[in-house]
Design a protein around this ligand. Structure first.
Ligand code: ZN
Length: 365
């Protein structure tokens, strides 16, 4: 395994939250695959460590009050985001030692400066966009170790996965693929998909990738304890190692399936239009797609156009064309996934109805 202890150059910033010039470095390890397309698993290794509130201090942000007076406190950051960082390091170790030949290049990365405005992730995503690096998915893990919420409710058997819309965005496709992989390989742990980019008022390193056009999702524990976040009390007492291990297994399943599978087929033409028609009868669903390298077959999915999850699927063999007779393309959403010879499935590429361009009407003066 080739380890690069520098993620796209050094970051020197001086800003509102970074009060003096510092050198920040993302830490990354790359497991080269047969193709340059990349899948990331990430966390952030910086933390915020405020002191608990002084008695009688006004509450802040609805959760708890904090004391900002001292800036140089012990900063354990065990859950936020030591948990995600530990998960990334463990997956780098396991995948690096696996001897498995992946199709995708896998990137294990701990970002710097997340709490200061997604600094490390933004600069990495910005440069990846400029250099046209094919990042197909970012599995971002941030606060994934706590199994008991601040309200006392425990849930050590599920994890939330946030993804930005709209409903057939590339990030939502990743989220569905994560749940699929988890259901197959870690069936005791539930993936709860949340159709939102993140929690209210919050963001994370996946946001930086989304903003630069890359698909990415966020894993966060099911029950958060806000009183332990961004504070010197973010210690080992607030996390469960068995729970974190389960979340690591879910990430491993998704990373391995997506890394082994061929890339998703292209379902649009060279001008970006969906290759979906009503022929031959004028009332059929005629799907066409481009062959995916190394694909041994394809699975076609469809669902009513008022449903978030695929409802029907059909394995169609190694073809790039399918007619579903008497099925309205207006009433259903369709998608295609590629399979390798061992059955590893790509994300589902959906046929999206593009928005109508606005044509202004000219009126007489
Ligand atoms: Zn965090």
């Amino acid at each position: 395994m080739k380890a690069a202890f520098l993620g796209f150059g050094e970051i020197r910033v001086g800003g509102e939250r970074i009060t003096r010039d510092v050198e920040l470095r993302n830490v990354m390890a790359v497991l080269p695959g047969r193709s340059p397309r990349r899948i990331y698993v990430s966390g952030h290794y910086d933390s915020v460590a405020r002191l608990p509130a002084k008695p009688g201090a006004p509450a802040e942000g609805g959760a708890s009050a904090f004391d900002w007076s001292a800036g140089d406190n012990p900063a354990p950051g065990v859950d936020d985001d030591g948990s995600g960082t530990a998960l990334v390091i463990e997956l780098a170790r396991v995948f690096g030692q696996s001897g498995i030949d992946f199709d995708a290049t896998l990137v294990f990365i701990a970002f710097a400066g997340e709490e200061e405005g997604l600094v490390g992730a933004k600069l990495h995503a910005q440069r990846a966009e400029a250099e046209k690096i094919p990042i197909e998915a970012v599995l971002n893990n941030d606060i994934v170790g706590g199994a008991v919420g601040g309200d006392g409710v425990a849930d050590g058997a599920s994890v939330r996965v946030f993804s930005e819309g709209p409903e057939d965005s590339s990030s939502r496709a990743i989220a569905r693929a994560v749940r699929e992989a988890a259901a197959l390989y870690v069936p005791s742990h539930a993936v709860r998909l949340i159709a939102r980019h993140d929690r209210f008022g919050r963001g994370g390193d996946h946001t930086a990738f989304n903003q630069h056009g890359f698909p990415g999702v966020r894993f966060t524990e099911s029950k958060e304890n806000f009183a332990r976040q961004h504070i010197v009390d973010d210690t080992f007492e607030g996390v469960s190692v068995p729970y974190l291990a389960r979340n690591a297994r879910v990430n491993a399943a998704a990373l391995a399936v997506l890394g082994l599978a061929p890339p998703a087929p292209a379902v649009v033409d060279e001008r970006g239009r969906p290759r979906l028609g009503r022929q031959p009868s004028g009332y059929d669903a005629h799907l066409q797609w481009s062959a995916s390298p190394r694909a041994a077959g394809y699975v076609v999915y469809w669902r009513e156009a008022w449903s978030p999850d695929w409802q029907h699927s059909r394995a169609v063999g190694n073809v790039t064309d399918l007619v579903l007779s008497d099925v309205s393309i207006d009433d259903f959403v369709f998608g295609v996934a590629a399979l390798d010879a061992d059955g590893h499935q790509s994300v589902v590429a959906a046929y999206v109805n593009p928005p109508r361009a606005e044509v202004p009407i000219k009126t007489l003066p």
